[in-house]
Design a protein around this ligand. Structure first.
Ligand SMILES: [Zn+2]
Length: 263
């Protein structure tokens, strides 16, 4: 079987274990069914997720000009505290920014290699945690817009990490943490504007990934350098495919690449 399409991050289903789907225009692959099978990934081109042109991918699946021009790639995406739609102030396209920013957002703690704070739209829970490869997570506040989530994250960053180590996440070099205790200890650092939105009663969410064998020394597959790779799939965690020979492939970081996948 050969499937051809442009890579976008895998769709997921929150089951035990997590179910992963690689979705192409006319086809999809249920990745869990490929575990323990040898697959081939071949780079055949590029397709910007915004303009659709075969141009080099710059960031987040976009070509350089789309990344700097299109509303879907504004700075407030990566830095929620820069959101201004709640003030009626436009960055690149106010209508789009109001639609995305003026909706319930969650500030959460997730543990994928260490405890970190993060922001996501409420509709993206638990998808966001799955994408990060977190094995446990808990919400801290639910606020009505992205700006409030952003300033909360910035304030909490002084007391908890906001980055994770992808190698440790993949090696499963993790320890369980009491996220409720972390939440309790961080509560006092939430900015005043967001304090009323603290979620009083909450429990941890636990996530189980389909991994048969964790890599000992993960090495990242770069299709632009190695355009043709064959390996036996032994696990999926976060947005990574894990192969028996320690190769790992971050599907999300390769959005916009057109590939041929065969098995
Ligand atoms: Zn483009």
């Amino acid at each position: 079987m050969v499937y051809t399409g442009v890579l976008t991050k895998m769709q997921t289903e929150f089951l035990e274990p997590i179910q992963y789907y690689l979705v192409f225009e006319n086809d999809f692959i249920h990745m869990n069914q490929l575990l323990n099978k040898t697959i081939n990934i071949k780079l055949v081109g590029h397709q910007c997720l915004s303009c659709g042109l075969d141009k080099p991918i710059y960031r987040q699946g976009f070509c350089r000009s789309c990344f700097f021009d299109k509303p879907v790639a504004g700075d407030w995406i990566m830095r929620p505290e820069l959101s201004t739609a709640h003030l009626g102030k436009e960055d690149r396209d106010l209508e789009y920014e109001q639609k995305v920013q003026l909706q319930p957002h969650i500030v959460y703690l997730a543990n994928s290699s260490n405890v970190k704070v993060g922001v996501t739209r409420k509709s993206q829970v638990p998808t966001r945690w799955i994408d990060q490869g977190a094995h446990e997570a808990v919400e801290i506040v639910e606020v009505p817009n992205r700006y409030l989530a952003g300033i909360t994250e910035v304030a909490l960053k002084d007391h908890v990490a906001d980055k994770t180590n992808w190698r440790n996440m993949l090696k499963n070099d993790v320890k369980d943490e009491d996220l409720l205790e972390w939440r309790h200890n961080l509560k006092g650092y939430i900015p005043e504007e967001a304090q009323p939105y603290f979620i009083e009663n909450n429990t941890e969410t636990h996530l189980v990934f389909p991994v048969e064998q964790y890599p000992v020394k993960p090495k990242s597959l770069n299709l632009n350098k190695t355009p043709n790779y064959t390996g036996k799939l032994v696990g999926i965690k976060g947005q990574y495919l894990i192969f028996e020979d320690n190769t790992v492939f971050n599907v999300r970081a390769n959005e916009g690449l057109v590939v041929e996948i065969s098995m």
